[in-house]
Design a protein around this ligand. Structure first.
Ligand SMILES: [Zn+2]
Length: 205
């Protein structure tokens, strides 16, 4: 009997959902994800955003990332896994870095564990050298993040199609810093699980 990873209800699933999509969430919980599938450009690079960063997303991400609820790693990409594998065939995954000690304390890198669900090669060529919490920073402060991210370019040998991945992006300062550090001859795309960037630009209009 399959139970929903979030609300623990017994799921009434079709065989296809269970076997092929490996569905982990009930339809009620799935409906709380606000799918936007937006394509935007950041520094001329194509960025794909799956969901809006709503209250529901904020809560489950907090439960996973801050309360160390490791099992929730499987609930973020859920029904999009096969589609994303097709869309980014031939790419290697480059996770946005977290501060080493934060990962050590948590026992896992939260971004990497989410994207392991895609069964694609992952290269961790970025390191964060300082515990830099973006939400606590001013706009000017966030720009300083560039100084805290380091790259090991030797790890990218033979990898030409790179998919940069992160859980949440608001100002895209981390992604921009990563893009600027990558060799210019690489094909780069970006996949963000959730962002409020569209809402913010609508608010401004
Ligand atoms: Zn549920």
């Amino acid at each position: 009997m399959a139970r929903c990873l979030l609300c623990d209800c017994v799921m009434d699933l079709t065989l296809i959902n269970l076997l092929i999509q490996k569905q982990k969430l009930c339809s009620h919980c799935l409906n709380n994800f606000e799918i936007i599938k937006a394509n935007i450009k950041v520094d001329d690079i194509q960025v794909h955003i799956l969901y809006s960063y709503n209250d529901f997303f904020r809560e489950i991400l907090y439960q996973y990332k801050v309360n160390y609820d490791y099992a929730l790693k499987d609930c973020f990409l859920n029904t999009h896994i096969n589609e994303l594998k097709r869309k980014y065939r031939g790419f290697v995954l480059i996770p946005a870095p977290s501060y080493y000690e934060a990962d050590e304390k948590r026992g896992f890198n939260h971004v990497e564990e989410i994207f392991k669900n895609l069964n694609m090669r992952i290269i961790k060529c970025f390191k964060k050298t300082k515990d830099f919490k973006q939400t606590e920073q001013s706009y000017e402060g966030r720009k300083d993040i560039q100084k805290c991210i380091k790259i090991d370019k030797s790890m990218l040998k033979g990898a030409n199609k790179l998919l940069l991945v992160d859980d949440v992006a608001t100002s895209f300062s981390t992604i921009k810093s990563m893009i600027r550090l990558l060799p210019p001859d690489k094909q780069i795309k970006v996949l963000i699980i959730a962002s409020n960037c569209l809402k913010r630009s609508n608010d401004l209009q």
